[in-house]
Design a protein around this ligand. Structure first.
Ligand code: AMP
Ligand code: TRP
Length: 337
């Protein structure tokens, strides 16, 4: 284990996971997990950077952890834990806050987009979100961070923080924090909305019809695909900039069926939407069915899920504490007596 590279990633427990989260992130975690020593957290501290409902936070957090398992995260290779269970995440965030220039955070696209929606009420936590994310990654000295395309800028910020920290506080050639690399796969890195092929599929889109959730019933999936936006052109092709919906739906079909791009291109080149939509519907339902069954099984056994998360917290905390000690020593803190 010691020689393996480490992976860390996470998803926020805000609402249902959708196909973008699955195809852009979790499915990739599952595929690469055997090559790495993996830490996957449910980032519930990030979930409160926009207004949240305390009555459902804990339940949603457990639900996401169960979905990680249901999607195929394997505890032989991976550790699953909840961010707020490891206090070092908050502590490192504070230390990193004090070396992060304000204007780096003000430049973040996600902050600007989300801040507009909050208006006058935008909280400091939303601005600080990327520093907390950097702390998540750096505490585990992660080598690789598998995420969707939208997180690329946050990863670049994390790298800037590492360089600044090491430059200010570490001896040359003895870095305290490791420089992580993003792992962003081309296919699925940006799953688009079903109602507008130029916008990404998102938990925060007010229209439920814009996304397929991993726990949607067969009826809901059928309805959403039936109503999804298409175009009047016959014959379906990838990569036509004039046809973003067509490219997105073909990509979904390719990823969910496990077929290659060439196979899908050949299969669909003469199809109309009337023939393609039922095919995509059937493929989506079949791909999600085993995940849904496993999810319900896990959720019915709360004791099991709790034991997974307890073990996860212990393992995560051991590593996180070590990094925190090194960071504090480098910054000149005395250790508690
Ligand atoms: P979030 O829902 O913001 O917590 O995102 C969790 C993970 O899903 C991150 O790695 C995101 O990059 C990824 N993700 C979210 N939306 C999409 C999307 N529409 N397409 C691809 N990946 C996505
Ligand atoms: N910001 C990420 C998102 O919204 C979630 C996240 C938080 C994360 N901490 C992380 C992803 C650490 C990777 C690594 O998608």
């Amino acid at each position: 284990m010691g020689t393996q590279q480490r992976v860390l990633s996470g998803v926020q427990p805000t609402g249902n996971l959708h196909l973008g989260n699955y195809l852009g992130a979790i499915r990739n975690w599952v595929e690469i997990q055997h090559q790495y020593d993996n830490y996957f957290c449910v980032v519930d501290l990030h979930a409160i950077t926009v207004p949240h409902n305390p009555a459902i936070l804990a339940g949603d957090t457990y639900g996401i952890a169960a979905l990680y398992l249901a999607c195929g995260i394997d505890l032989q290779h991976s550790t699953i834990f909840i961010q707020s269970h490891v206090p070092a995440h908050c502590e490192l965030t504070w230390l990193l806050n004090c070396i992060t220039p304000l204007n780096w955070l003000e430049d973040m696209i996600q902050f600007k987009e989300k801040a507009v929606k909050q208006g006058e009420n935008v909280g400091v936590g939303l601005l600080d979100y990327p520093v907390l994310m950097a702390a998540d990654i750096l505490l585990y000295q992660a080598d690789k961070v598998p995420v969707g395309e939208d997180q690329k800028q946050h990863l670049e910020l994390t790298r800037d923080i590492v360089n600044r920290f090491n430059h200010q506080f570490a001896k040359q050639d003895e870095p305290v924090l490791k420089l992580p690399d993003p792992l962003i796969r081309k296919e699925g890195a940006r799953v688009m909305s079903l109602t507008d092929g130029t916008k990404k599929m998102s938990k925060s889109d007010p229209s439920e019809l814009s996304r397929i959730n991993l726990l949607d019933s067969a009826d809901e999936i059928t309805k959403k695909i039936k109503r999804c936006k298409t175009d009047p052109v016959r014959g379906l092709t990838f990569d036509d900039a004039e046809r973003p919906e067509c490219n997105n739906l073909l990509t979904l079909y390719m990823l969910l069926s496990g077929k290659t791009k060439a196979e899908v291109a050949a299969e669909c080149e003469d199809m109309g939407w009337g023939q393609f939509k039922p095919l995509l519907t059937e493929t989506t339902i079949a791909a999600l069915k085993p995940i849904q069954e496993k999810y319900h099984q896990i959720m019915a056994d709360k004791g099991y899920l709790e034991s997974v998360l307890r073990d996860g917290r212990e393992k995560a905390e051991d590593i996180a504490k070590q990094t925190l000690i090194q960071v504090k020593a480098a910054m000149g803190y005395s250790m508690p007596l």
